[in-house]
Design a protein around this ligand. Structure first.
Ligand SMILES: Cc1cc2nc3c(=O)[nH]c(=O)nc-3n(C[C@H](O)[C@H](O)[C@H](O)COP(=O)(O)OP(=O)(O)OC[C@H]3O[C@@H](n4cnc5c(N)ncnc54)[C@H](O)[C@@H]3O)c2cc1C
Length: 312
C-alpha cells in the first residue's frame, strides 16, 4: 500500500493518531499509521479520566485501538519510525527507519512529547517517575490524596503557584514543596505559610524508593524527609520529533513553557496538507483531548477529500 499514494499518513499511533485513523479508515481513505511505539505514557500502568476506561492501562488501550482498526481494509498500522519527510509538488515524501518509502497527500503528526528526565535535574527521578511521582494532578491526584505527598519544583517556573493550587484541589491540600536548592519567592512562601505547608529549599541529594515507590527525600543537610508519593512540575518535556519544524512549521509558545508547532483550531499547520494533533500540539493533551484532536484532524481531512472528489 505504501508504494501507492496514500490519502493520509499518520505519524504516531497513540490516542491521537489511532483515533484519526479510525475516522479516515471509516471514510475508506488510504491511511498508513507509522508508530515507533515508545510513548511517554509507557512508564505508567494505569491512566485515569477516560470515559468508560478509567484506570485502564495505556498499553492495553493502544493495543485495542490497533486491533479495532483491523476491520478497516484501507488502514494499515506499522511499527516503525518516520525518519524524513519533505513536501514536493503537493506530495509528502518520506522514509522510515526500516526503509519504508512514504508518499502521501496529507500528513497528521501525532508524535507526542518526550519526557527528558535528565532536564528535570532531580537525582533518582527516573526510578519513581510514573510509578509514585507523577506530572499531572488531573491524571493521578485522586489516587495520591491519602499519601504523604512531595511536590518537586527543581526548576524555576511561572506556573508553580497555579500547579500547587491544582494539587490542593485535585489531590491533597497537605503537601511539602521541595525546590532543590532554589529559594522560593516571598509571595509563594507566604501563601504556603498561610496554609501551614512545608517548604524545603535544601538541594536534594537522593530520592529513596523501593520498586518505584518513593519512601523519602534526602537533602544536602543529611535529613531524610519521609514521603510516599509526589508530583513534579513537568517543564522538562520536549517535542518527540522535529518533523514539523523540518517541514517549515514555525514553533509557538505552548503550555508550561513548551514550544509547539503553529496550528489553527482544527490542527492545520501553515504547510498545506499538514496537521498536528495530541501532545505534539498541546504538550500535555491527556487521552481525551489527544483523541478528540485526532478525530478532528481526521474529520477535516475527510471533508477536504470529499469536496475534492465531488468537484472531479
Ligand atoms: C506519567 C504520565 C501519566 C499520564 N497519565 C495520564 C492519565 O492518567 N490520563 C490522561 O488522560 N493522560 C495521561 N497522560 C497523558 C497522556 O499519556 C498523553 O496526553 C497522551 O498519550 C497523548 O497522546 P498522543 O497520541 O498525542 O501521544 P502519545 O501517546 O505520546 O503517542 C505518540 C506516539 O508517536 C510515536 N512517535 C514519535 N515520533 C515518531 C516518529 N518519528 N515516527 C513514528 N512514530 C513516532 C511515539 O512512539 C508514540 O507511540 C499521562 C502522561 C504521562 C507522561
Amino acid at each position: 500500500m505504501t508504494d501507492a499514494l496514500l490519502d493520509v499518513l499518520i505519524v504516531g499511533g497513540g490516542p491521537a493518531g489511532l483515533t484519526a485513523a479510525l475516522v479516515t479508515g471509516r471514510a475508506r481513505l488510504r491511511t498508513l499509521v507509522v508508530d515507533a511505539g515508545d510513548p511517554r505514557s509507557a512508564v505508567v500502568d494505569h491512566t485515569h479520566g477516560l470515559f468508560t476506561r478509567d484506570g485502564a492501562s495505556p498499553q492495553h488501550l493502544r493495543e485495542e485501538g490497533r486491533r479495532q482498526l483491523e476491520r478497516y481494509p484501507t488502514v494499515r498500522v506499522v511499527t516503525d519510525r518516520v525518519r524524513t519527510l519533505r513536501r514536493e509538488d503537493g506530495v509528502f515524501i518520506g522514509l522510515t527507519e526500516d526503509g519504508l518509502p512514504l508518499h502521501a497527500r496529507r500528513v497528521i503528526l501525532a508524535t507526542g512529547f518526550r519526557d527528558d528526565l535528565t532536564r528535570a535535574g532531580l537525582p533518582d527521578i527516573a526510578a519513581v517517575y510514573g510509578r509514585s511521582v507523577f506530572p499531572c494532578p488531573f491524571c493521578d491526584g485522586f489516587e495520591l490524596s491519602d499519601r504523604r505527598v512531595a511536590v518537586f519544583a527543581p526548576r524555576p517556573s511561572p506556573h508553580l503557584g497555579h500547579y500547587l493550587s491544582m494539587i490542593s484541589v485535585l489531590s491533597t491540600p497537605d503537601f511539602t514543596l521541595f525546590t532543590h536548592g532554589r529559594p522560593v519567592d516571598p509571595a509563594l512562601r507566604e501563601a504556603l505559610a498561610r496554609r501551614g505547608l512545608g517548604c524545603v529549599e535544601e538541594p536534594i541529594t537522593a530520592l529513596a524508593s523501593t520498586d518505584g515507590r518513593l519512601t523519602g527525600v534526602r537533602t544536602a543537610d543529611g535529613r531524610l524527609h519521609p514521603r510516599d508519593a509526589g508530583f513534579i512540575l513537568n517543564d522538562f518535556a520536549t517535542q518527540a520529533t522535529d518533523l514539523a519544524a523540518r517541514l517549515g512549521v514555525p514553533d509557538v509558545p505552548g503550555p508550561f513553557g513548551a514550544q509547539v508547532p503553529e496550528v489553527d483550531e482544527q490542527g492545520r499547520t501553515p504547510v498545506e496538507g499538514l496537521y498536528v494533533a495530541g501532545d505534539a500540539r498541546a504538550s500535555f493533551a491527556g487521552l481525551v483531548r489527544a483523541s478528540a484532536q485526532g478525530a478532528l484532524c481526521g474529520a477535516v481531512i475527510v471533508g477536504e477529500v470529499a469536496e475534492e472528489r465531488w468537484r472531479e
